[in-house]
Design a binder for this molecule. Structure first.
Ligand SMILES: *Cc1c(COP(=O)(O)O)cnc(C)c1O
Length: 427
């Protein structure tokens, strides 16, 4: 396919025709139930790129994915508008660092993907009918998607979350907006929420009637911007870099693998998880065995059936040995998380939230001699201050925007965990 049209997007299940960027973005899931992947990824072209700003590198990647669908200056403007917050690299000793992805409006890394995706969708839907963005969340996706689309004309956001399964701060961030954002508490777990969303997207009539589009980590529009910071951090470093990625649905580490395929100088990856260790068990045995999720301190990573594993498998020719070479698993208990929060504070004066702490714990699984080791810092510690403050023995001030959200009344609809209830709500 010509450059003008950008790369094609193919399904992980190989039973659907190749799609354009626009189709992949708006449909979310391929017709065969698979997830979209760009094909080809134009291997290695990033290796020859000079260091540049995040938005400049992002524009280069996005131009290749979108082709003529969106003009380069427009892409550049949309990306600059979405990524209007800093992504600093903070040193944690001689070879280690934390890449802080949490300075967006919801103070978690999902802002990066969600804000770019919302602007791409709003731009490409300029003369279409109203879209319903359906998002299942275990905590942070919901707020990132709600905030990303809040007030965007021609869009409605429906956030499905496990009733009582998110923190008060997370809940406040997506349930106090009102307007075009509807917060829906499901009587069940995050896996129930994810299953409901999958069922809704699998129902062609419902999908067309409600003009459903997905915004959770299965959407390629969220994965694309997540490749930017890996490429930017790797191209900005002098030696080779490795990443430890706190992982739940494995979208973030999948984006990292894509950045490496495109030529970003990255040596290796660790996927660090909670005791929800489906990935580690899959690598050890070669068999995929999803489990019900277990609640931990890092609740945005409590996923027993990581959806992006399907993409990782497809990217590696469904060869578990190839995935083992690319990604090392690292599994951590709540006790280890508490210890890491304390140790990092004592040694470096750096305050980690539980998700970031798992990223820092994962650093130990990366080679010490291999250049800069970067842990992705995925949430602001103030979002988890109930956990963090007793451990470090000092208050973690709440950012002003979070404090304001906590004061506002919650606007929540409650439903049973079945597709009938969701269909009715979607209208
Ligand atoms: C979602 C999330 C993760 C996990 O990212 P995945 O792409 O689902 O692997 C890690 N940390 C935080 C704070 C998150 O919100």
């Amino acid at each position: 396919m010509s450059r003008a049209q950008g790369v094609r997007f193919i399904s992980t299940r190989g039973q659907s025709p190749a799609a354009t960027f626009r189709t992949a973005l708006f449909d979310g899931l391929a017709p065969d139930g698979g997830l979209y992947l760009p094909d080809p990824l134009e291997a290695s072209w990033l290796a020859g790129c000079a260091p540049a700003t995040l938005v400049e590198i992002g524009t280069e990647i996005a131009v290749r994915w979108c082709g003529d669908t969106i003009a380069r200056p427009t892409l550049s403007r949309l990306l600059a508008d979405a990524l209007d917050f800093p992504i600093p690299l903070v040193s944690l000793g001689v070879t280690d660092a934390a890449l802080e992805l949490f300075h967006g409006p919801t103070f978690a890394f999902k802002d990066v993907g969600a804000r770019v995706m919302a602007r791409l969708m709003a731009h490409l839907n300029a003369d279409g009918g109203p879209l319903t963005v359906l998002a299942a969340t275990s905590g942070d996706t919901g707020s990132a998607v709600a905030q990303a689309f809040f007030g965007v004309d021609g869009t409605r956001v429906v956030v499905l979350f496990p009733d009582g399964g998110v923190t008060p701060v997370q809940e406040a961030q997506f349930s106090t907006l009102g307007g075009n954002v509807q917060a829906v508490a499901v009587a069940g777990s995050f896996d129930d929420c994810q299953r409901l969303a999958k069922e809704a997207f699998g129902d062609a009539r419902l999908r067309d009637r409600a003009r459903l589009t997905s915004a959770n980590s299965i959407n390629i529009g969220r994965l694309l911007p997540q490749t930017f910071y890996y490429a930017h951090a790797a191209l900005s470093s002098e030696g080779p870099v490795s990443f430890s990625v706190p992982s739940g649905n494995f979208g973030n580490v999948t984006a990292g693998v894509m950045a490496a395929r495109m030529g970003a100088p990255i040596q290796s990856f660790v996927a660090a998880t909670t005791v929800n260790d489906t990935f580690a068990r899959y690598l050890a045995s070669g068999r995929y065995d999803a489990q019900p999720s277990i609640a931990t301190l890092a609740n945005a990573m409590d996923v027993g059936a990581p959806s992006n594993l399907e993409r990782l498998r497809a990217l590696h020719g469904d060869d578990v040995r190839a995935i083992r070479l690319a990604i090392t698993p690292s599994v951590h208990t709540d006790t280890q998380v508490r210890d890491a929060i304390r140790t990092v504070w004592e040694r470096h004066g750096y305050v980690c939230d539980p998700h970031t702490a798992i990223g820092v714990l994962g650093l130990a699984a990366l080679p010490a001699s291999g250049g800069c080791r970067i842990a992705l810092a995925t949430a602001h510690p103030a979002k988890f201050r109930e956990t963090v403050e007793p451990i470090i023995g000092r208050p973690v001030p709440l950012p002003a925007a979070l404090a304001a959200a906590l004061e506002r009344p919650r606007l929540i609809t409650r439903i049973d965990p079945n597709i009938r209830a969701l269909t009715e709500l979607l209208g």
